[in-house]
Every structure is written in C-alpha cells, then in structure tokens.
Write a protein that binds this ligand. Structure first.
Ligand code: SAH
Ligand code: SF4
Length: 381
C-alpha cells in the first residue's frame, strides 16, 4: 500500500460532485418548493416535499436522492434528473498534530476555499470562509494578498458545514453533544462584503427543521464594514467579533486600509449600538499583536479606555501574529504578549491569548488558502 505523507487523509472522490445550478443546498424552504413546482410536482404537494427533502439534506446529511427512503422511487428519480444534493470536490483533507482539521474544497468554477475545524474536547469550532480571497488588503493577512476574489454563494457557504460533518461522521444531526458546536465566520474573506449570501446561509444553518444551530453559537468576524454591522444586528443577530487591531486611526489605517473609510469612532459607535440591540451580549474585539507596532503598554491601556468610554460590553481576544512568507511583521515575545494581556485583565476586561492551532497544516488565522496552494505546488515538483 502506498504510504501517505504524515497527516494527510486520503481523499475519496465523491460519487456525486455537486453542480452549482442544480444544487438544492443553500436554498430557502420557499425556493426549494418553487424548484419542485418548476419540474411539474403538483403545487399542493410542493411544500410537503420541500420539507422532506430539507430534512434529508440538513438533518440526515443525504448526499443523493436514493437515500431519501420516504420519498417514492419515481419521485426520487425525477428529483435526481433535475437536481443535486452532492458535495464539492475535496482537494485536500488534513489533520494537524493537535487535532485541527482542514479541508480544501473546489467549486465547479475551479475556485477553492478552505474550512478549518478546531476541536476542543468533545466539541469544536468550525471556521467558515465567506469569500474566495479578500479585497481588503490588511497588511498582516495572507488572504488579503490573493489576487483572485469572489463572493461565495449560500450553497458554497452551507456546503462547508456539510462537508465537515461528513468527515466527522456527524449525521443525523444530534440535538446535543455535537462535535461541530459553534461556527465562526473567520475563514477567508470579509463576510460583511458578502452580506446577502452570508445572511441567507446563516438562516439555513439556524433553521430548526435542519441543523438548528442557535445564533448564540455563531460568531461573525468583520474588519469593520460599519453600515453592514447595523444590518447584521437587525437581520442575522449572531455574535459579533471586530478585528480592531489598533487603538488609533493612524496605526489602524496603516495596517487596515478599511479604516480610512470607517474610522475607529464610527466603528465603536456601531459596536455600542449592536450590543444594545442584543441585550448587552458581549462583543469580541480581536487584537492582533504585531511587534513594535501595536503591542505597547500604552496601547493596552488605551484599548481599555476606549472600551470603557464607549461603554461596550466587551471581551478582547489577543491573536499573536502568525507569520507567512513575505510578511513584514513579527510576533512579539511571550512576555510582551502576557504583559499586554495582564494589563487588560487587571482592569476588568477578559483578554485571553488565542492559542495558535493547526500551524503545521497552515490552518492558523491569516494563513489560509494561498499557503496551501504553495504547499501543493511544492509537492508537485
Ligand atoms: N475578514 C474578517 C474575517 C476573517 S480574518 C476579519 O478581518 O475580521 C479572521 C481573523 O484573523 C481576523 O481578526 C484577522 O485580522 C486575523 N488575522 C489575519 N491575518 C492574521 C495573521 N497573519 N496572524 C494572526 N491573525 C490574523
Ligand atoms: Fe480580509 Fe479579514 Fe484578511 Fe483583512 S484580515 S484582508 S478583512 S480576511
């Protein structure tokens, strides 16, 4: 038997590769019913049939119509002629030494995204991508250096969760004790630049007839697209994480060009309103630590001052910089990072240091996609 490189899981070519325009995944109930009507299913049956198909897709994890045993054979045949519930091609499925898993999937137009699963005991977090690449060119982020960018469709966003559950063998959908217990929109892309598709995908994931994930178990991370933060509060209502990363406009604009458009004051005002809207649910401020740029004691104290000034119920998540080839920043020393964290904690705000997970398979924050392409290119030569 051929030996596989360490940590590489064999990829089984799926029997059914999904076809975007035929897929029923990522459509609302009403849309599925409408599709069924279009292929001549009697109108009064459509809602009930849509319900059945929905249950099979999101509760049982069916990958083809043959599995849908409470639907007549004729009907299943007809459905299979027109539609698809299969999965994208999985190019790579990796497992890190620490148990973190990463899937690189390829969509029908050849574009690829990565999804990461971070286990913690008997549960875990799925880090989902919202775009191929990102247009926002934050200086410290590898995803931002990628040239090719496009929005993911609701189908492609929901699919990432289905694929993870396939691999983790988590069908039918358990009501409790789930492995994929939380979702974070922290993969590739800026979710609020793809608002409609992200919103639709999250409605599907939260639907209580299927996956039934509570909005409290979903966190959307944004670099600060202020107008959409208001919309996000009203229309999706998930937890919010803000990539703040600096405490004054000069530094923030330098490392995150979006700050020129939506400076810190506007951003924190939106956060304050968001928190109010959701009954004081805490907002997470993500803060990347870049040596000599934003990691001084003064920065930590200013961060605390800002949070208090705007009266935002908040916690801080400190992310030590993850380097990538060609990046011009460095990670501060461990003592510096700990001091930064202590200064915030001692003033009553939680500020844990995010442990880096899955570094050996390039699954850590800011390392997605472009890196795996590089690795694959090396392997080919
Ligand atoms: N576009 C969204 C979500 C994806 S990025 C956003 O920016 O919030 C997820 C998190 O990883 C963000 O907080 C981002 O700033 C951080 N990140 C990006 N590059 C990183 C790097 N090289 N090291 C550590 N964290 C990084
Ligand atoms: Fe885009 Fe977020 Fe990376 Fe900035 S940090 S380039 S917004 S993915």
């Amino acid at each position: 038997m051929k030996t596989l490189p360490l940590g590489v899981e064999p990829v089984v070519a799926p029997r059914h590769t999904f076809e975007e325009n035929r897929s029923l995944i990522g459509l609302s109930h009403a849309e599925v019913a409408e599709k069924l009507k279009e292929i001549g299913i009697p109108e009064k049956q459509c809602r009930m049939r849509a319900q059945q198909v929905w249950h099979w897709i999101y509760f049982r994890g069916a990958k083809n119509f043959d599995e849908m045993s409470n639907i007549s054979q004729d009907m299943r045949k007809k459905l299979a002629e027109h539609f698809d519930v299969g999965r994208p091609q999985i190019i790579e499925a990796l497992i890190s030494k620490d148990g973190t898993r990463k899937w690189l999937m390829k969509f029908p137009d050849g574009q690829e995204v990565e999804t990461v699963f971070i286990p913690e005991g008997d549960r875990g977090t799925l880090c989902v991508s919202s775009q191929v690449g990102c247009t926002l060119t934050c200086k410290f982020c590898h995803t931002g250096t990628q040239r090719l960018v496009r929005n993911l469709t609701p189908t492609e966003i929901v699919m990432q969760l289905l694929v993870a559950r396939d691999y983790l063998d988590e069908w039918p959908s358990p009501s409790e004790g789930r492995l994929v217990s939380t979702i974070v929109l922290m993969g590739m892309g800026e979710p609020l630049y793809n608002f409609d598709n992200v919103s639709k995908a999250m409605q599907i994931v939260m639907d209580d007839n299927g996956i039934n994930l509570s909005r409290r178990r979903i966190t959307l991370s944004t670099s600060g697209v202020v107008p959409e933060i208001y919309r996000c509060g009203e229309e999706i209502g998930v937890n919010l994480a803000i990539s703040l990363h600096a405490v004054n406009d000069k530094i923030r604009s330098e490392i995150m060009p979006i700050n020129n458009k939506y400076p810190i004051h506007e951003l924190l005002t939106a956060c304050k309103n968001y928190a109010g809207l959701k009954n004081s649910r805490k907002i997470t401020f993500e803060y990347i630590l870049l040596k000599g740029i934003n990691d001084s004691d003064e920065d930590a104290l200013e961060l605390v001052r800002l949070i208090k000034e705007y009266q935002i119920p908040a916690k801080v998540n400190l992310i030590p910089f993850n380097p990538w080839p060609g990046s011009s920043y460095e990670r501060p020393s461990k003592t510096r990072i700990e001091k930064f964290s202590d200064l915030i904690f001692s003033r009553g705000i939680s500020a844990p240091i995010r442990t880096t997970r899955g570094e050996d398979i390039l699954a850590a924050c800011g390392q997605l996609k472009s890196e795996s392409e590089k690795v694959r290119n090396i392997r080919k030569h």
